[in-house]
Design a protein around this ligand. Structure first.
Ligand SMILES: Cc1cc2nc3c(=O)[nH]c(=O)nc-3n(C[C@H](O)[C@H](O)[C@H](O)COP(=O)(O)OP(=O)(O)OC[C@H]3O[C@@H](n4cnc5c(N)ncnc54)[C@H](O)[C@@H]3O)c2cc1C
Length: 358
């Protein structure tokens, strides 16, 4: 059978775009996207690159490699300016977080520094915290939809093809071919490849085969507000009581975590909650005009909270790349860099991210 591409990638979010870029260096790649690039979670993300997560300063999986992968992938795609060297700051507001973040700064002196309240006041006067802060100079923020577009455009220059408005409705494999069917109104159109990489994000919920992987979707939203006029001094991306990401004249605020949702529209109650909690770090963001709101679904693996990459159970040619959770920027580039090698030699895949048998 004649292939339409070596690899067909389904989904043009962060996972699909990162994989399209790395695979297109040596393969013929076709990306099929149901709507437009970054229409899922990648379109709602605040874009923080924050390697120490949560209230306990948990380092992300493969921390140093993950940080290196973000900047090196963007450099290779000729888009390094999307990740400006700003750092990310955690103002310590709650007493019970102080010890964990102080400890993390001592444990990772090459990645993080502890700021006393006086240091913090001097360097970031618009940020409120009487307990000091935890600063990660190599962190920061990226405009995720812009990153998706840049990677797809760089993949295109290497010969990859992107088809938008191309919802995949079915897939199958034979010993020699992976096939997908794209819905075209009442008909479907088939595409054939050596391998298929499913990077559907929340699109998984329509497909029992993907649901059996044990995924959970958590809805969240970001709120873009006008930067308050009163805000003086340098502002860096902040993570603490929610997060605040400066974007020119706007600030992107996040987020909430909703396990029970019926639709993907932004919810006014969540907006109020996000503004109220972020105002504890940056006073005034709860009073300035709202410019835009976006909701999306973070997909995570319920048991491990690690990304999944590899062949689907009992499949050879049909792979998935999903479950990036709340930290797509620190998982997608890291794994995408090795996708070409893993496709060639599946035993190299780390067990921790292998799609599990049901
Ligand atoms: C509110 C919010 C804030 C976030 N903030 C951050 C942050 O600050 N930092 C960070 O690192 N991460 C953040 N994340 C997480 C990050 O957005 C995700 O980890 C990442 O974007 C997921 O990328 P993905 O490609 O797996 O999925 P998606 O971005 O959801 O992409 C999936 C794509 O597949 C397409 N698709 C679905 N079904 C089909 C089909 N049948 N056929 C064809 N195409 C299909 C969709 O249209 C979509 O474009 C946030 C997420 C949310 C919701």
């Amino acid at each position: 059978m004649k292939y339409d591409a070596d690899v067909i990638i389904v989904g043009a979010g962060l996972a699909g775009a990162c994989a399209a870029f790395t695979l297109s260096a040596n393969h013929d790649v076709l990306v099929l996207e149901a709507k437009q690039p970054a229409s899922g979670a990648s379109g709602a993300a605040a874009g923080l690159v924050n390697p120490f997560m949560g209230r306990r300063a948990r380092p992300v999986w493969r921390l140093r490699d993950a940080l290196h992968a973000v900047s090196s992938l963007l450099e290779e795609a000729d888009a390094p300016t999307l990740f400006p060297p700003q750092g990310v700051l955690r103002p310590i507001i709650d007493e019970d977080q102080e010890a964990a973040f102080r400890e993390a700064a001592t444990e990772h002196p090459d990645l993080a520094e502890w700021l006393t309240p006086a240091d913090l006041q001097e360097r970031f006067p618009s940020v409120q915290s009487e307990r000091g802060g935890f600063f990660v100079p190599r962190g920061g923020a990226i405009d995720v939809p812009a990153m998706v577009r840049a990677l797809l455009s760089a993949a295109h220059e290497r010969g990859a093809t992107l088809e938008t408005e191309a919802p995949v409705v079915y897939w199958r494999e034979t010993p020699s071919t992976a096939t997908v069917e794209v819905g075209r109104g009442r008909r479907t159109e088939e595409f054939h490849a050596d391998r298929l990489l499913l990077a559907l994000g929340q699109g998984y919920a329509r497909f029992p085969e993907l649901r059996h992987l044990g995924l959970t979707g958590v809805k969240g939203q970001t709120v873009r507000v006008k930067r308050p006029d009163t805000l003086s001094g340098m502002l860096v991306p902040l993570s603490g009581r929610g997060y605040v990401v400066p974007d020119n004249e706007a600030l992107v605020l996040g987020s909430n975590y909703d396990n029970n949702f019926d639709d993907l529209t932004p919810d006014p109650q969540a907006t109020a909650y996000i503004r109220e909690k972020t105002a504890r770090m940056v006073p005034g963001v709860d009073e300035t005009p709202i410019l835009d709101q976006q909701a999306g679904v973070r997909v995570k693996h319920t048991d491990t909270n690690l990304p999944l990459l590899g062949p689907m159970p009992r499949r050879e040619r049909i792979w998935t790349f999903t479950a990036l959770g709340s930290k797509g920027l620190l998982t997608a580039p890291l794994l995408a860099r090795r996708v070409p090698e893993y496709l060639q030699h599946p035993p190299l895949l780390p067990d921790a991210i292998h799609p599990p048998e049901a």
